[in-house]
Design a protein around this ligand. Structure first.
Ligand code: MF3
Ligand code: CO
Ligand code: CO
Length: 254
């Protein structure tokens, strides 16, 4: 098994899938407010993906996942299952969207700050987004996957946060999760060389406390062992001849 280099035709389809995933995050933003349940967010996203985008929500029934999106609140790291629980002021919540269009996947997530968020939570959210972009900026001719992980880990730890190690970014295309594992920690020069035509996600998870996690009894939700806050941001990225193209960029980021 090796890392797939996408053809021009596949890249065109991945651009469309990535744009759709980004548009779901833009669509849901005004709904992420105090008092809404994550089940309601799931239903709105599901209906938009299926009826408006005529696409498929990839998480639904993926290895038994019961919902169409992941919503991870506060000390939840990732893979939170939408429920009747309502958002309250001060919550930080990650909404992770993956759509399949014309057989290809687009995968992206962002943090939302609900109501009035503490300065320490806001700082974790901001630093985690910056860590994602520092990782992305490592993608240039001759770079290795380890360069991405190193940049993220160095920045996270210099801000006294820890990096979750059990979950990684991943190659993406016809399959939701392909080779390689894109680690959010590591050393420069480690891992495979990044070649033009590779498409993969970067999705760092940073914790306010220790890096260790556990999975809840629902079999999915990853939480910090010490119950400290956790944040995550994710983009799907194409490596190009000169650098990179972010396939899931939102208008607010352009
Ligand atoms: N979107 C997640 C990722 O970034 C994967 C979610 S798998 C699910 O890789 F089953 F929980 F949806
Ligand atoms: Co992903
Ligand atoms: Co995702």
């Amino acid at each position: 098994m090796s890392i797939v280099i996408k053809t021009a035709d596949e890249i065109a389809k991945m651009r469309i899938a990535g744009k759709l995933a980004a548009e779901v995050l833009e669509m849901i933003a005004p709904y992420v407010q105090v008092g809404i349940s994550t089940d309601e967010l799931d239903t709105i996203c599901h209906d938009y993906i299926v009826n408006i985008q005529q696409a498929i929500p990839a998480p639904l029934n993926y290895r038994g996942f019961p919902k169409s999106i992941c919503t991870s609140i506060n000390h939840q790291i990732c893979h939170g299952i939408p429920s009747e629980k309502k958002l309250k002021s001060g919550d930080i919540v990650n909404v992770d969207i993956t759509v399949i269009k014309d057989g290809y996947h687009g995968d992206t997530s962002k943090m939302f700050c609900v109501g009035n968020v503490s300065t320490h939570a806001q700082r974790l959210v901001d630093v985690t987004r910056e860590a994602l972009f520092l990782g992305i900026e490592e993608i240039k001719p001759g770079a290795h996957f380890g360069d991405i992980g190193h940049a993220i880990q160095k920045f996270a730890e210099s801000n006294r946060y820890s990096v979750v190690q059990e979950f990684c970014g991943h190659g993406i295309g016809k399959k939701f999760h392909e080779e390689p594992h894109v680690m959010h920690f590591g050393k420069p020069g480690e891992g495979a060389r990044i070649e033009p035509g590779m498409i993969f996600t970067i999705e760092p998870m940073l914790n306010l406390g220790k890096r260790h996690m556990k999975i809840l009894n629902d079999g999915w939700t990853a939480v910090t062992k010490d119950r400290s806050l956790s944040a995550q941001w994710e983009h799907t990225i194409l490596a190009t001849e000169n650098g990179y193209e972010i396939l899931t960029l939102r208008s607010e980021e352009q």
